[in-house]
Design a protein around this ligand. Sequence first.
Ligand SMILES: Cc1cc2nc3c(=O)[nH]c(=O)nc-3n(C[C@H](O)[C@H](O)[C@H](O)COP(=O)(O)O)c2cc1C
Length: 274
Amino acid sequence: MARKKEEIKIRPFWYSDIWLFPKLITIITSLDKQGRVNAAPYSHIMQYDVMAKNPRMIVGFRQESHSFENICATGEFVVNCPSADYLDDMMETARFWPEGVNELDHTRFTMIPSRKVKPPSIEECPQIAECTVDQIIHLEKSSGIIIANIEAIVMDEGLADMDRAERIPAMNLPVGLGDQSRRYYYHCTTENMTMHELAEPPGGQQGGKIKMTMPWDEQGTAALMEVPVALRKMVCEQVEEFAAKKGAATVTSQHMRDMANEYGIDADLMARFE
Ligand SMILES: Cc1cc2nc3c(=O)[nH]c(=O)nc-3n(C[C@H](O)[C@H](O)[C@H](O)COP(=O)(O)O)c2cc1C
């Protein structure tokens, strides 16, 4: 049955009152000019540069918030991601405590030293990003946006080696579903996650069916299969051209590496395809 649609008036706080943005929940720790700790939840947060050279995050704040004022004054903060077991404590840090109060003193959270910045990290958070300020954008009558350099990513030992299917339940990060009237905050957990495998595009090149014009050895084929499907055909053609120019009869993974070197592609990026 066709669903009737209606246009919604866009009012201030539309992003919270009407539109649903399920989000990551973080607790940002910062220091004021006197070195006093401040902590508060922030969810308006997203990766900004995915490459490893200058990894950055973008974070949105109310400009009068203590966190924003502290970060503008000191240039440093930490993004701590609590597990769902600590949702009550996270909500405690969201209360409007007076300036200079360390919200963490009213929770079960434990402060631990950060590695690259002065504000503390939170031990109970399995995933932590230590940040410095790259750019501050004051939007008129709206949020203050901070583009932050990620100085360090710190995780509970063992998490980084896990497969995603294992890491998601091990971290148990809650998903923020927004609030009603800045009072009733909704969250859910990742218990009923599902997984979908991305299908090959039509005419795609799965396994042996890929249209290669030269023989590829086993490792080379495996490396090619790790290239995202949208790029695979182009990479296949380029590596074959590269190998042919070198006078090779068979394409190997070494040709992919050599070509990447010649094109100035970062070794860490190439390692994802091996
Ligand atoms: C789950 C959750 C997410 C939040 N995300 C944001 C956010 O992204 N930006 C923001 O300005 N306020 C956000 N808030 C509200 C602030 O945490 C709240 O205003 C807090 O009192 C600010 O504290 P501060 O003045 O110590 O920085 C969020 C609150 C909760 C509970």
